[in-house]
Design a protein around this ligand. Structure first.
Ligand code: PLP
Length: 392
C-alpha cells in the first residue's frame, strides 16, 4: 500500500506494474543496447499514408472527430476487413474506432463485466490484458497452455469453466498470438466456437496480428459466432502505425452503441489526423501488410535457424513477429536471469517468458520486428556471447 495522505482506489494502489514495462525499466540504463523487446514494427509509415496526414494538417483537420469514427474511415474499414478477412460486417454501425486495441480492450471489459465476473485469459498472454481486466473489476480465470503446445482446445476450455469458482463471463483469445506466434485453423476454431456457444460466454477476439499470418488464411472467430463475438483489430502492427493509435472494434450495432458511450467517456474521439491517415492506410495503403509480411518471414526464418544452432528450442511462429523460445540447457532454466545477463553482457534486450506466463520461466520472447541491420548485429552479439562467452 502507498503512503498517501488520503487513500487511493484500492485496485489501482495494489496494481503491479506491467512486467514488460518493469523489465524495460531494469535495463534502461545499459548503453548501446539492441532492442528486440518491443512489438514495434521496424518499418516507417508508407509515404502515401504520410502524404494524406500532411494534407489533413494543411486543411485544418484539427477539430473533434466523429466519436464513433469518421464515416469514411468506418466505410473503408468495413470494405477492407470484409475483403481481407471474409467478415460479414453489414455497415458503418458495426464499427467503433478506438485509440488502438489498448483502448478497445478497456472499452469491451467496461461494457460487458460486472465486478467479480471471470474472464478466461489463455496464457502465455499479452500482459496488459490483466491490468485492464483488474481496472474493470473483472477477475482472471487462468488457462495455461504451456503444456499444450501453447494452444487452447475445446477440452481445455471445458475444464477451465468447470473448475472456475466464479461465473465465467468471457474469454479473450488472441491469435496469431503474442508472445508465441501460434494461430488456429478454421477447423480448430469451429470446434472451439461450438464449446463457446454451448457455454454462452462472450468471445473477445484480439486479431491485431491477423494480417501477419505466414501460412494459410486467417479465419476470424467473429465470422464463426458473430452473435457472441467482439472483434478487436488495428493498424499498429499491419501498417507500422503504432504512434497513430488506431484500433477497431467490430460487433453488432446494438453492442457498438453501448460501447460508444464508454469510449466517449474514456477518450471522446480518436485524433482526426490519425483517422485521415487510417483511411489512407485502408485504401491507398492496402498493400502495405503484404510487403511487411515478406520481410518478416525472411527475418523469422533467419532467427529460427540461428536460435536452433545456438541450442534454443523455439515455438514455430505462424504469425506476428515474435519467437518464444526455451533457453539452452547450459544456461539453466531462469529466463529472467538469462535476459538480464544477455542485456548486460551481449547488449541485446529480449523479454523474459515469465512476463507472459508464470509457467514459462525458462523461456524468453524475441521480437524480430526490428530492422534487418539490428537483427543481424543482435544475432552476431548473441552468437559470440552464447558460443564463446565473449562479452560485447
Ligand atoms: N493486443 C496485442 C496482442 C498486442 O500485442 C498489442 C501491442 O503490442 C496490443 C493489443 C495493443 O496494440 P495497440 O497499439 O493497437 O494499442
Amino acid at each position: 500500500m502507498s503512503n498517501f495522505i488520503l487513500p487511493l482506489n484500492k485496485t489501482v494502489d495494489n496494481l503491479r506494474r506491467d512486467p514488460i514495462l518493469d523489465f524495460q525499466a531494469k535495463i534502461r540504463n545499459i548503453d548501446d543496447l539492441i532492442q528486440l523487446t518491443f512489438g514495434e514494427p521496424g518499418f516507417t509509415v508508407d509515404d502515401r499514408i504520410k502524404a494524406v496526414a500532411k494534407v489533413s494538417i494543411d486543411h485544418d483537420r484539427s477539430h473533434y472527430a466523429n466519436s464513433q469514427g469518421e464515416i469514411n474511415l468506418r466505410r473503408a474499414a468495413v470494405s477492407y476487413f470484409n475483403r481481407h478477412f471474409q467478415l460479414n460486417l453489414k455497415g458503418v454501425n458495426d464499427v467503433l474506432v478506438t485509440q488502438g486495441v489498448s483502448e478497445a480492450i478497456n472499452v469491451v471489459f467496461m461494457t460487458i463485466l460486472e465486478r467479480g465476473d471471470g474472464v478466461i485469459i489463455p496464457e502465455p498472454s499479452y500482459s496488459p490484458y490483466s491490468t485492464s481486466l483488474a481496472l474493470a473489476g473483472g477477475v482472471k480465470v487462468p488457462l495455461d497452455t504451456c503444456e499444450h503446445n501453447f494452444k487452447i482446445t475445446p477440452e481445455l476450455i471445458e475444464k477451465t469453466i468447470d473448475n472456475a469458482n466464479i461465473p465465467v463471463k468471457a474469454i479473450l483469445i488472441n491469435y496469431p498470438a503474442n508472445p508465441t506466434g501460434v494461430t488456429y485453423s478454421k477447423e480448430e476454431l469451429l470446434a472451439i466456437a461450438d464449446t463457446l456457444k454451448k457455454h454462452k460466454i462472450w468471445v473477445i477476439s484480439d486479431e491485431i496480428y491477423a494480417a501477419l499470418t505466414y501460412s494459410g488464411e486467417h479465419t476470424s472467430l467473429y465470422k464463426i459466432i458473430p452473435e457472441q463475438s467482439i472483434l478487436l483489430t488495428g493498424l499498429s502492427k499491419s501498417h507500422a502505425m503504432t504512434g497513430y493509435r488506431i484500433g477497431f472494434i467490430f460487433a453488432s450495432s446494438e453492442l457498438i452503441e453501448k460501447m460508444l458511450t464508454v469510449h466517449e467517456a474514456l477518450a471522446f474521439a480518436v485524433s482526426t489526423l490519425s483517422q485521415d491517415a487510417a483511411f489512407a492506410a485502408l485504401t491507398v495503403g492496402e498493400d502495405v501488410p503484404e510487403y511487411a509480411l515478406k520481410a518478416y518471414r525472411k527475418r523469422r526464418d533467419r532467427l529460427l535457424k540461428k536460435l536452433t544452432e545456438l541450442g534454443f528450442e523455439s515455438v514455430n511462429p505462424q504469425g506476428a513477429f515474435y519467437v518464444f523460445t526455451k533457453i539452452p540447457k547450459s544456461f539453466g532454466n531462469n529466463g529472467y536471469k538469462f535476459a538480464v545477463d544477455l542485456a548486460n553482457n551481449a547488449k541485446v534486450a529480449v523479454l523474459p517468458g515469465e512476463a507472459f506466463s508464470k509457467n514459462a520461466k525458462n523461456y524468453i520472447r524475441i521480437s524480430y520486428a526490428s530492422s534487418d541491420s539490428d537483427l543481424d548485429e543482435a544475432l552476431r552479439r548473441m552468437t559470440n556471447y552464447i558460443e564463446k562467452g565473449t562479452k560485447y
